[in-house]
Design a protein around this ligand. Structure first.
Ligand SMILES: Cc1cc2nc3c(=O)[nH]c(=O)nc-3n(C[C@H](O)[C@H](O)[C@H](O)COP(=O)(O)OP(=O)(O)OC[C@H]3O[C@@H](n4cnc5c(N)ncnc54)[C@H](O)[C@@H]3O)c2cc1C
Length: 493
């Protein structure tokens, strides 16, 4: 079975967060062991208690995990998940779900200790409805395992290819409202989900969705999509699947400014063309990795599917970009991107050198994107020790797009955490002030919880009410999404 990939070496197992964790006593451990495989070793619980949150990589090198859980339970069936939830609920012990642990915001970190429910024994395709193109899959299934079997056995693809494809699970995609690199053609994960099986905090098993469309009240799939393990544990997912595309075309263009490239992306999707990949890099990122010369902003385009549809899409793209004065660049730039697009080694290497590095992805209407592009980079660069703040557009919609900022700083060793917090405060507040949202696909976790009330306004109260209704004892992934928790508040930042 595929296992999570460690973000960086762990030099010790001390808790970074202050305060005492919620203990998992011997009676609860014995009861859990009667249900599923359980690990209570210091190393096993430490490894399972961290994800790819960049600041926690610095902690790991210093011998710390954010907070170590008391036990890790690995259920192999929905019945076992239900039994584990019931035991934790009865004991009022926090229960945090973890999948691939590739989250970048600390979402699967057990903020108060307690039990981690590791989904990685729940792997594989359960069934495929080939006529309708619907695949039923277990939540701990990693991207390559899903796609390889789907393509080889059924000639189908889900079309969800996040950069973390190799290290993330289907359950994590759903819980964080993930986006793949081909999202302009296939949509985000929330457009791909047909239905869910979910275990609630008290062990009740429910099924949501199920049809291609419905008018039977609000869409309950969407209640759990993006809930980051705070409302229920997803134990099965039904996903839409497409025929494996018979054809593919690529193109690359250069723009004199990011604003001109933004306008091109807007016009392309407003005209109804949805190339699977439509990416635009600012001058700095273009030069860093996409063949730019320091002034030019590179746009990469790739479409796949039925040849007639691809022809139409690529014709619209070419017409729009040429009208806006772009230069045609060689298709080898797309080839190069395909090659290195999932390479994550830079993050570890820079962290080891003491750099503070992270990314912030947001979405906003087309009318706000130009201002956000300018103001976020300025706000980040005004933070002491900031070295770089760059941006690319990675996902486009009829009404707007996702901007993905990458930032780096070189603070002295004693200022790593404060610099990280200041960069996030500066960037995220600039986005919210200019009409963008909190996150496009990485989610909230611990890192962004402090911004949630500001981002959702009075509507956050609805989320709090739903949490109280579904999880009255507050055991599921407590304190995430700025939800009130009986265990206190997370001791960070
Ligand atoms: C290098 C890198 C690149 C990335 N690129 C992308 C990208 O292109 N697109 C993208 O969308 N994301 C990306 N991410 C972020 C991350 O991979 C996604 O958020 C992913 O969906 C998390 O899946 P996971 O299985 O690792 O979940 P985890 O990290 O284990 O968990 C994330 C959250 O989901 C909850 N959860 C997990 N499984 C379940 C379940 N079965 N039921 C209920 N809750 C559950 C957890 O409690 C937690 O709150 C990237 C991360 C890295 C490190």
């Amino acid at each position: 079975m595929t296992q999570p990939t460690a973000p960086i070496e762990l030099a010790g197992t001390r808790d970074h967060f202050g305060g005492d964790p919620v203990a998992v006593d011997a009676r609860l451990v014995a009861a859990l062991e009667a249900v599923a495989v359980v690990d209570t070793t210091v190393q096993g619980t430490a490894d399972a208690s961290r994800d790819w949150w960049p600041i926690a990589m610095h902690w790991a090198l210093a011998g710390e995990v954010p907070r170590r859980a008391g036990a890790v339970a690995r259920p192999a069936s929905t019945a076992q998940v239900s039994a584990i939830a019931k035991l934790c609920n009865d004991a009022a012990v926090p229960l945090t779900v973890a999948g691939g642990r590739s989250g970048v915001c600390g979402a699967s970190v057990p903020a108060f200790g307690g039990v981690i429910l590791d989904t990685t024994a729940l792997q594989g395709i359960v069934s495929v409805d080939e006529t309708s193109g619907i695949v039923e899959v277990l939540p701990g299934t990693f991207g390559p395992d899903l796609e390889t079997e789907l393509r080889a056995e059924y000639g189908l693809t889900v079309g969800h290819f996040p950069q973390s494809f190799d290290i993330a699970t289907v359950g994590g995609w759903v819980a964080c409202r993930g986006a793949g690199q081909y999202s302009t053609r296939y949509g985000k994960i929330e457009q791909m989900v047909v239905g869910l099986e979910v275990v609630l905090a008290d062990g009740t098993v429910i099924r949501t969705g199920g049809g291609p469309a419905a008018a039977q009240g609000p869409d309950l799939n969407q209640l759990f999509l993006g809930s980051e393990g705070t409302l229920g544990i997803v134990t099965k997912v039904w996903l839409r699947a497409h025929p494996v595309p018979p054809a593919e075309r690529r193109a690359a263009y250069g723009f004199d400014s990011f604003t001109a490239g933004l306008e091109a992306c807007r016009q392309i999707v407003r005209r109804g063309a949805t190339p699977a990949v439509l990416r635009l890099y600012d001058a700095a990122e273009s030069q860093r990795g996409q063949g730019g010369d320091g002034t030019r902003c590179v746009m990469l385009v790739l479409d796949e599917g039925d040849p007639s549809i691809i022809d139409a899409v690529m014709t619209v793209v070419a017409e729009v970009v040429m009208d806006l004065g772009a230069q045609h660049l060689g298709n080898e730039l797309v080839e190069a991107w395909m090659h290195h697009r999932n390479d994550t080694s830079a993050l570890q290497a820079l962290t080891r050198k003491g750099f503070v590095v992270d990314t912030m992805e947001i979405a906003a209407p087309w009318s706000a994107l130009g201002t956000i592009f300018t103001n976020v980079r300025s706000a980040m660069m005004a933070v002491p020790h900031a070295r770089a703040a760059t941006c690319h557009l990675s996902h486009s919609y009829l009404d707007g797009a996702c901007l993905y900022f990458t930032f780096a700083a070189t603070p002295p060793a004693g200022a790593i955490e404060s610099t990280y917090v200041a960069l996030w405060d500066a960037g995220q507040r600039a986005v919210l002030a200019d009409g963008g949202n909190l996150s496009h696909h990485h989610g909230v976790g611990i890192n962004r919880s402090r911004f949630v009330p500001e981002a959702l306004g009075a509507a956050h109260g609805i989320l709090v009410s739903v949490k109280h209704a579904l999880d009255p004892k507050g055991i599921l992934n407590p304190a995430k999404l700025a939800l009130p928790s009986p265990f206190g508040t997370v001791a960070w930042p």
